[in-house]
Design a protein around this ligand. Structure first.
Ligand code: AMP
Length: 283
Protein backbone atom coordinates (compact mmCIF):
# COMPACT_ATOMS: atom_id res chain seq x y z
CA UNK A 1 0.00 0.00 0.00
CA UNK A 2 1.22 3.47 -0.90
CA UNK A 3 1.07 6.03 1.90
CA UNK A 4 0.81 9.80 1.46
CA UNK A 5 0.65 12.64 3.95
CA UNK A 6 1.24 15.48 1.50
CA UNK A 7 -1.16 16.68 -1.15
CA UNK A 8 1.50 17.50 -3.74
CA UNK A 9 3.17 14.09 -3.72
CA UNK A 10 -0.24 12.41 -3.68
CA UNK A 11 -1.48 14.45 -6.67
CA UNK A 12 1.71 13.62 -8.57
CA UNK A 13 1.19 9.91 -7.89
CA UNK A 14 -2.44 10.09 -9.07
CA UNK A 15 -1.44 11.96 -12.22
CA UNK A 16 1.08 9.20 -13.01
CA UNK A 17 -1.56 6.52 -12.46
CA UNK A 18 -3.98 8.29 -14.80
CA UNK A 19 -1.25 8.67 -17.43
CA UNK A 20 -0.67 4.94 -17.12
CA UNK A 21 -4.27 4.17 -17.97
CA UNK A 22 -6.02 4.04 -14.59
CA UNK A 23 -9.52 5.34 -15.30
CA UNK A 24 -11.57 4.19 -12.33
CA UNK A 25 -10.62 5.45 -8.91
CA UNK A 26 -12.66 4.45 -5.85
CA UNK A 27 -12.42 6.65 -2.77
CA UNK A 28 -13.36 5.84 0.84
CA UNK A 29 -13.02 8.86 3.14
CA UNK A 30 -12.85 7.98 6.85
CA UNK A 31 -11.80 9.37 10.21
CA UNK A 32 -9.89 6.21 11.10
CA UNK A 33 -10.26 3.78 14.02
CA UNK A 34 -11.21 1.43 11.23
CA UNK A 35 -13.59 -1.47 11.72
CA UNK A 36 -15.37 -3.99 9.49
CA UNK A 37 -17.90 -1.33 8.41
CA UNK A 38 -15.11 0.75 6.85
CA UNK A 39 -13.51 -2.35 5.36
CA UNK A 40 -16.79 -3.29 3.67
CA UNK A 41 -16.59 0.06 1.83
CA UNK A 42 -12.99 -0.68 0.82
CA UNK A 43 -14.04 -4.12 -0.47
CA UNK A 44 -16.92 -2.67 -2.50
CA UNK A 45 -14.57 -0.12 -4.00
CA UNK A 46 -11.99 -2.82 -4.83
CA UNK A 47 -14.61 -4.78 -6.76
CA UNK A 48 -15.50 -1.80 -8.95
CA UNK A 49 -12.36 0.24 -9.47
CA UNK A 50 -8.80 -0.12 -10.71
CA UNK A 51 -7.44 1.82 -7.76
CA UNK A 52 -8.88 2.12 -4.23
CA UNK A 53 -7.92 5.05 -2.03
CA UNK A 54 -8.76 5.38 1.64
CA UNK A 55 -8.28 8.63 3.53
CA UNK A 56 -7.97 8.97 7.29
CA UNK A 57 -8.48 12.46 8.60
CA UNK A 58 -10.12 13.40 11.89
CA UNK A 59 -11.65 16.59 10.55
CA UNK A 60 -11.64 19.20 13.34
CA UNK A 61 -14.16 21.52 11.66
CA UNK A 62 -16.98 18.99 11.83
CA UNK A 63 -16.72 18.63 15.62
CA UNK A 64 -18.82 21.17 17.46
CA UNK A 65 -17.67 19.68 20.75
CA UNK A 66 -13.95 19.94 21.61
CA UNK A 67 -14.19 17.06 24.07
CA UNK A 68 -15.62 14.78 21.37
CA UNK A 69 -12.74 15.76 19.05
CA UNK A 70 -10.14 15.17 21.77
CA UNK A 71 -11.62 11.79 22.66
CA UNK A 72 -12.11 10.59 19.08
CA UNK A 73 -10.19 7.27 18.88
CA UNK A 74 -6.95 7.40 16.89
CA UNK A 75 -5.40 4.05 15.99
CA UNK A 76 -3.32 4.82 12.91
CA UNK A 77 -0.87 1.90 13.22
CA UNK A 78 -3.67 -0.60 13.49
CA UNK A 79 -5.57 1.13 10.68
CA UNK A 80 -2.58 0.87 8.33
CA UNK A 81 -2.23 -2.84 9.19
CA UNK A 82 -5.92 -3.46 8.51
CA UNK A 83 -5.82 -1.59 5.20
CA UNK A 84 -2.76 -3.59 4.06
CA UNK A 85 -4.45 -6.87 5.05
CA UNK A 86 -7.46 -5.86 2.98
CA UNK A 87 -5.40 -4.88 -0.06
CA UNK A 88 -6.25 -1.19 -0.08
CA UNK A 89 -4.02 0.43 -2.72
CA UNK A 90 -3.42 3.88 -1.23
CA UNK A 91 -3.82 5.64 2.11
CA UNK A 92 -3.92 9.43 2.31
CA UNK A 93 -3.58 10.60 5.93
CA UNK A 94 -2.73 14.28 6.02
CA UNK A 95 -2.08 16.49 9.05
CA UNK A 96 -4.62 19.23 9.81
CA UNK A 97 -2.18 21.88 8.49
CA UNK A 98 -2.14 20.13 5.10
CA UNK A 99 -5.92 20.44 4.71
CA UNK A 100 -6.57 23.83 6.33
CA UNK A 101 -4.81 27.17 6.43
CA UNK A 102 -4.85 28.91 9.83
CA UNK A 103 -8.33 29.96 11.05
CA UNK A 104 -9.91 28.94 7.79
CA UNK A 105 -13.67 29.59 7.81
CA UNK A 106 -15.88 26.72 6.79
CA UNK A 107 -19.15 28.47 6.07
CA UNK A 108 -20.56 26.97 2.93
CA UNK A 109 -23.30 28.19 0.63
CA UNK A 110 -26.83 27.56 1.79
CA UNK A 111 -27.77 23.90 1.79
CA UNK A 112 -31.02 24.68 3.58
CA UNK A 113 -33.13 22.24 5.53
CA UNK A 114 -31.01 19.17 4.78
CA UNK A 115 -28.11 20.53 6.88
CA UNK A 116 -30.29 22.19 9.51
CA UNK A 117 -32.40 19.23 10.57
CA UNK A 118 -31.45 16.20 12.75
CA UNK A 119 -27.63 16.23 13.20
CA UNK A 120 -27.54 19.89 12.10
CA UNK A 121 -29.90 20.83 14.91
CA UNK A 122 -27.82 19.16 17.61
CA UNK A 123 -24.37 19.67 16.10
CA UNK A 124 -24.42 23.24 14.75
CA UNK A 125 -21.83 23.74 12.03
CA UNK A 126 -21.21 20.00 11.69
CA UNK A 127 -22.19 19.82 8.03
CA UNK A 128 -20.25 23.00 7.17
CA UNK A 129 -17.20 21.01 8.27
CA UNK A 130 -18.28 17.86 6.45
CA UNK A 131 -19.01 19.70 3.18
CA UNK A 132 -15.74 21.62 3.39
CA UNK A 133 -13.53 18.57 3.94
CA UNK A 134 -15.33 16.28 1.47
CA UNK A 135 -15.04 18.99 -1.20
CA UNK A 136 -11.31 19.42 -0.48
CA UNK A 137 -10.74 15.65 -0.57
CA UNK A 138 -12.74 15.22 -3.80
CA UNK A 139 -10.70 18.05 -5.27
CA UNK A 140 -7.42 16.24 -4.50
CA UNK A 141 -8.49 12.69 -5.38
CA UNK A 142 -10.93 13.39 -8.25
CA UNK A 143 -12.49 9.96 -7.71
CA UNK A 144 -14.72 8.14 -10.17
CA UNK A 145 -16.65 6.56 -7.30
CA UNK A 146 -16.99 7.64 -3.68
CA UNK A 147 -18.18 5.20 -1.01
CA UNK A 148 -20.14 6.35 2.01
CA UNK A 149 -22.02 4.35 4.64
CA UNK A 150 -25.78 4.49 5.10
CA UNK A 151 -25.03 4.57 8.82
CA UNK A 152 -24.48 8.32 8.35
CA UNK A 153 -27.72 8.73 6.42
CA UNK A 154 -27.92 12.51 6.53
CA UNK A 155 -24.25 12.80 5.56
CA UNK A 156 -25.02 10.80 2.40
CA UNK A 157 -27.90 13.19 1.59
CA UNK A 158 -25.61 16.20 2.13
CA UNK A 159 -22.77 14.76 0.02
CA UNK A 160 -25.32 14.04 -2.71
CA UNK A 161 -26.27 17.75 -2.64
CA UNK A 162 -22.59 18.76 -2.68
CA UNK A 163 -22.07 16.71 -5.85
CA UNK A 164 -25.18 18.14 -7.53
CA UNK A 165 -24.48 21.77 -6.56
CA UNK A 166 -20.88 21.61 -7.78
CA UNK A 167 -21.61 19.54 -10.86
CA UNK A 168 -18.98 16.99 -9.82
CA UNK A 169 -18.52 13.89 -11.94
CA UNK A 170 -17.97 11.57 -8.94
CA UNK A 171 -20.63 8.89 -8.40
CA UNK A 172 -21.89 8.53 -4.84
CA UNK A 173 -22.25 4.91 -3.73
CA UNK A 174 -24.15 4.35 -0.49
CA UNK A 175 -23.20 1.10 1.27
CA UNK A 176 -25.35 -0.72 3.81
CA UNK A 177 -24.62 -0.50 7.52
CA UNK A 178 -22.54 -3.28 9.05
CA UNK A 179 -23.82 -4.35 12.46
CA UNK A 180 -22.63 -6.31 15.47
CA UNK A 181 -24.46 -9.56 16.25
CA UNK A 182 -26.96 -7.77 18.50
CA UNK A 183 -27.71 -5.20 15.79
CA UNK A 184 -25.61 -2.29 17.08
CA UNK A 185 -24.23 -0.37 14.10
CA UNK A 186 -20.46 -0.67 13.99
CA UNK A 187 -18.86 2.66 14.84
CA UNK A 188 -15.45 3.92 15.90
CA UNK A 189 -17.22 5.46 18.89
CA UNK A 190 -18.37 2.03 20.18
CA UNK A 191 -14.85 1.48 21.51
CA UNK A 192 -15.59 4.15 24.14
CA UNK A 193 -18.60 2.31 25.59
CA UNK A 194 -18.26 0.56 28.95
CA UNK A 195 -19.42 -3.08 29.11
CA UNK A 196 -22.79 -1.97 30.53
CA UNK A 197 -23.21 0.78 27.96
CA UNK A 198 -22.26 -1.56 25.14
CA UNK A 199 -25.00 -3.95 26.27
CA UNK A 200 -27.55 -1.14 26.58
CA UNK A 201 -26.67 0.31 23.16
CA UNK A 202 -28.32 -2.62 21.35
CA UNK A 203 -31.70 -1.11 22.20
CA UNK A 204 -31.15 1.54 19.49
CA UNK A 205 -31.33 -0.97 16.64
CA UNK A 206 -34.02 -3.00 18.42
CA UNK A 207 -36.15 0.16 18.52
CA UNK A 208 -35.54 0.90 14.82
CA UNK A 209 -36.47 -2.68 13.99
CA UNK A 210 -39.63 -2.39 16.08
CA UNK A 211 -40.60 0.82 14.25
CA UNK A 212 -40.21 -0.95 10.92
CA UNK A 213 -42.28 -3.93 12.09
CA UNK A 214 -45.14 -1.84 13.42
CA UNK A 215 -44.99 0.97 10.83
CA UNK A 216 -48.41 0.07 9.40
CA UNK A 217 -50.05 -0.43 12.79
CA UNK A 218 -49.50 2.93 14.49
CA UNK A 219 -49.57 6.62 13.61
CA UNK A 220 -46.28 8.55 13.35
CA UNK A 221 -47.01 10.19 16.68
CA UNK A 222 -47.70 6.88 18.40
CA UNK A 223 -44.60 5.28 16.88
CA UNK A 224 -42.42 8.16 18.01
CA UNK A 225 -43.75 8.25 21.56
CA UNK A 226 -43.62 4.47 22.02
CA UNK A 227 -40.08 4.31 20.63
CA UNK A 228 -38.71 7.07 22.84
CA UNK A 229 -40.30 5.35 25.86
CA UNK A 230 -38.70 2.05 24.79
CA UNK A 231 -35.26 3.70 24.48
CA UNK A 232 -35.60 5.39 27.85
CA UNK A 233 -36.45 2.06 29.47
CA UNK A 234 -32.68 1.80 29.72
CA UNK A 235 -31.33 4.28 32.30
CA UNK A 236 -28.11 4.56 30.28
CA UNK A 237 -29.83 5.91 27.16
CA UNK A 238 -30.81 9.53 26.58
CA UNK A 239 -32.49 10.27 23.25
CA UNK A 240 -31.46 13.42 21.40
CA UNK A 241 -33.83 12.91 18.50
CA UNK A 242 -35.99 10.18 17.05
CA UNK A 243 -37.59 11.10 13.77
CA UNK A 244 -39.52 9.35 11.06
CA UNK A 245 -38.81 11.30 7.90
CA UNK A 246 -39.10 11.41 4.15
CA UNK A 247 -36.06 9.40 2.91
CA UNK A 248 -35.09 12.04 0.32
CA UNK A 249 -35.91 15.43 1.84
CA UNK A 250 -35.54 14.34 5.50
CA UNK A 251 -38.68 16.38 6.26
CA UNK A 252 -40.49 14.81 9.26
CA UNK A 253 -43.53 12.78 8.26
CA UNK A 254 -46.79 13.78 9.85
CA UNK A 255 -49.09 11.42 8.03
CA UNK A 256 -48.68 8.18 6.17
CA UNK A 257 -50.39 5.28 4.49
CA UNK A 258 -48.98 1.81 3.87
CA UNK A 259 -47.24 2.98 0.69
CA UNK A 260 -45.42 5.89 2.31
CA UNK A 261 -41.64 5.62 2.05
CA UNK A 262 -39.88 6.62 5.22
CA UNK A 263 -36.66 6.41 7.19
CA UNK A 264 -36.37 6.32 10.98
CA UNK A 265 -33.36 8.13 12.43
CA UNK A 266 -32.09 8.13 15.99
CA UNK A 267 -29.36 9.98 17.86
CA UNK A 268 -28.93 8.99 21.48
CA UNK A 269 -26.37 9.29 24.20
CA UNK A 270 -25.31 6.01 25.70
CA UNK A 271 -23.46 7.14 28.80
CA UNK A 272 -20.98 9.71 27.46
CA UNK A 273 -20.98 8.39 23.92
CA UNK A 274 -23.25 9.81 21.25
CA UNK A 275 -24.52 7.17 18.83
CA UNK A 276 -26.56 7.52 15.63
CA UNK A 277 -28.39 4.93 13.57
CA UNK A 278 -31.21 4.70 11.06
CA UNK A 279 -33.36 2.21 9.20
CA UNK A 280 -35.33 2.46 5.97
CA UNK A 281 -38.93 1.55 6.72
CA UNK A 282 -39.56 0.02 3.28
CA UNK A 283 -37.90 -2.79 1.32
P1 AMP B 1 -16.19 7.60 9.82
O1 AMP B 1 -14.80 7.14 9.94
O2 AMP B 1 -17.05 7.29 11.01
O3 AMP B 1 -16.31 9.03 9.36
O4 AMP B 1 -16.83 6.73 8.65
C1 AMP B 1 -16.26 6.70 7.37
C2 AMP B 1 -17.24 6.10 6.42
O5 AMP B 1 -17.55 4.76 6.85
C3 AMP B 1 -18.58 6.87 6.40
O6 AMP B 1 -19.05 6.93 5.07
C4 AMP B 1 -19.45 6.04 7.27
O7 AMP B 1 -20.83 6.16 6.97
C5 AMP B 1 -18.95 4.64 6.96
N1 AMP B 1 -19.31 3.73 8.06
C6 AMP B 1 -19.14 3.95 9.39
N2 AMP B 1 -19.66 2.93 10.10
C7 AMP B 1 -20.17 2.05 9.20
C8 AMP B 1 -20.86 0.81 9.31
N3 AMP B 1 -21.14 0.27 10.50
N4 AMP B 1 -21.23 0.18 8.17
C9 AMP B 1 -20.97 0.73 6.96
N5 AMP B 1 -20.34 1.91 6.79
C10 AMP B 1 -19.95 2.57 7.89
Amino acid sequence: MKLFKEINAFRKFLKGKRQNGVQNIGFVPTMGALHSGHISLINTSKQNNQLTICSIFVNPTQFNNTDDLAKYPRTIENDIKLLIENNCDVLFYPEVSEMYVDDEQTNVEDYGFIVETLEGRFRPGHFNGVITIVKKLFDVVEPTNAYFGQKDYQQCAVVNQLIIKNNLSVKLNICSTLREVDGLAMSSRNARLTIEEREAAAIIFQTLFQIKKSFNTYSIDELTTKSITQLHSSPLIKVEYLEIANPTTLKPLVDKDERTKAVALIAAWCGNVRLIDNLLLFD
